[in-house]
Design a protein around this ligand. Sequence first.
Ligand SMILES: *Cc1c(COP(=O)(O)O)cnc(C)c1O
Length: 439
Amino acid sequence: MKYISTRKQEETNIKTAILKGLADDGGLFMPEYIPQLDAEFFENLPNLSLQEIGFKVAKEFLGESISDENLKEIIDEVLNFEIPAVKISDHTYSLELFHGPTMAFKDVGARFMARMMAYFSDGKPMKVIAATSGDTGSAVASGFFNVQGIEVYILYPKGKVSPLQEKQLTTWGGNIKALEIDGTFDDCQALAKQILSDEELNQKFTLTSANSINIARLIPQSFYYFGAFAQLQKLGKQIVFSVPSGNFGNLTAGLFAKKMGLPIHRFIASTNANDVVPNYLDTGNYEAKPSKQTISNAMDVGNPSNFERMKSLFNDDVSEFKKEIASYSFSDEDTKETMIKVKNDFDYILDPHGAVAYLGLETFKKSFDSAQDDKDNEDFVGVLLETAHPAKFVEVVEEVLKVKIEIPEKLEAFNKKEKQSVEFPADFELVKNYLMDEN
Ligand SMILES: *Cc1c(COP(=O)(O)O)cnc(C)c1O
């Protein structure tokens, strides 16, 4: 399988695509075609474990670049937690993606990417550079922790992440270093870019970025769509997935799953006030905007990086997009109301991101019902992707629901550890000197 940049100027193999992250022409790597799974796989799907599904799907994308034995070992390690589809009501299920080590769905992608990078690395010391405004950094740190041959540098803005988030970034030790930058998240991102493109640093190290553009984060995110299907197929209904979206990596992975043959009826791209994709589906014009701050802040993205991948899947044709995806934007007020309603009606606590996805399902259901009025009562099951444990957004959830959220032991453990960080002003030369002195 070849991997081709969305901007078509670069073609390479999976190893290089993973080690580089971004193509030289600025595009994102895509497989040259989406592989098809055979009928036998789908017939057998309800009997397969998540690890068995993951192995089969990953194999299609990785081919002979890795042995079955090595791949199996990696997949078993990556997916060593459950991803259950939990019933909220008769027609609505929550696919809980938050049972991994940092309790957010980004664990799945980060853990797989870390192990694939270690597997493909060629002996030169490898450094992963990650700028974070909070959550990505902890999933990346956790994913790479103790992975041999790789050092990770997390750049985060001093005083601008929550206390628990800071602990999740700074208490690892070992191969994870936290650089506390006296500046904003944008400063951290600018520094990361300068580091990644610096000639001297690139001569000394293999440098790579760990953000959501890497194809190795996308591939494993398709596993759980199959996993959800395996759990829900017995209901005998069409399945609609609502994906709370920011950079649209999670949704793009779902599109991969459907193209591989998984019979998903429809996707709902649910967003907060950052509405460039719903606007695009309405108007056919894509207009990036500065991001707006919301209570579902992991989705505060004004120019989603994976839009380029979706465009290439749909041949840049908005009518093709619309056949697969419905998209809606919701306010913080709607989000809070939904959190309260779902708690009261079904005794289920949604985090703000999951609540946005729930709203997407409700809205879709209304249009679906009216469109189906005089047809044969077709019905669907809605699955919302619950991307974070409510305790990750404890301040908002407690304020909205007026309940005390218990912090799971997994998160509480970070609070008990000692913060270790190296402080820098937002100054590239100083950060570079520090990195040059590293091994
Ligand atoms: C990153 C994130 C999202 C958005 O996922 P994308 O793949 O960027 O669309 C949604 N919810 C949570 C909790 C996240 O951390």
